[in-house]
Every structure is written in structure tokens, then in C-alpha cells.
Design a protein around this ligand. Structure first.
Ligand code: ZN
Length: 112
């Protein structure tokens, strides 16, 4: 399962970044066209994060819709799929949003 290894990466990066502090929330951006299923990440996160420094942290997934810009007519449009053509019919499209898979932020507990 693809999402399991992605989740392991996310947990490892977040654990490193926390440097021993407790993590309350991990905010993740997942593009609709990234090929990653947010529900599967959410499912794996609880399992993978157990017994790591970020056990108990909440995972906040922000989904990002796909967006393309047409090279032929210059318009921007909602891209429901990779390689979705522009409404004008052109397939000369640059994807400008929707492939993200980023840890956007970590909310840490204040040091006592
Ligand atoms: Zn166009």
C-alpha cells in the first residue's frame, strides 16, 4: 500500500521536526491530483504514529483541488484529473495546483 510508506515518511519528518516536544496537530496538504488517498493516510496515521514521538497527534488533512492553466487561451480552470483538457478544447495545459503532498505545519505543545 502506497499510502503506508507515505505516512511513515510524514511521521518520520514530523517526529524529527518536533525535537522532543509533543505534537498536537500535523497539518497536511494533499492535492486532489497527487494520487494519494487522504482517507488512507488518515487511517494509516494512527497506526504508524503510535509509539513514536508524535503519538496522539491529530492529523488535519487539507485537500487541495486541481487547477490548470491553458497555454492556448490563458484561462485557468478547475482540473478534475491529470491531463484534463481546457474547456476551450486545448490539451496544452500546465497544472498549477493539485499535486501537493506537504506537511504544512506542526502545532507543538509549549515547553513547560
Ligand atoms: Zn484554453
Amino acid at each position: 500500500m502506497h499510502e503506508l510508506s507515505i505516512t511513515r515518511n510524514i511521521v518520520a519528518i514530523a517526529s524529527d521536526a518536533a525535537k522532543g516536544r509533543r505534537v498536537r496537530t500535523v497539518t497536511l496538504e494533499v492535492g486532489a491530483l497527487s494520487g494519494v488517498m487522504p482517507d488512507a493516510i488518515a487511517f494509516c496515521f494512527g497506526v504508524v504514529s503510535a509509539e513514536t514521538p508524535i503519538a496522539g497527534a491529530l492529523l488535519d488533512i487539507r485537500k487541495i483541488d486541481g487547477r490548470g492553466r491553458c497555454r492556448a487561451c490563458g484561462s485557468e480552470f478547475a482540473a478534475a484529473a491529470l491531463y484534463a483538457p481546457c474547456p476551450c478544447g486545448s490539451r496544452e495545459v500546465d497544472l498549477i495546483r493539485g499535486e501537493e503532498l506537504n506537511i504544512k505545519s506542526l502545532e507543538l505543545e509549549e515547553a513547560a
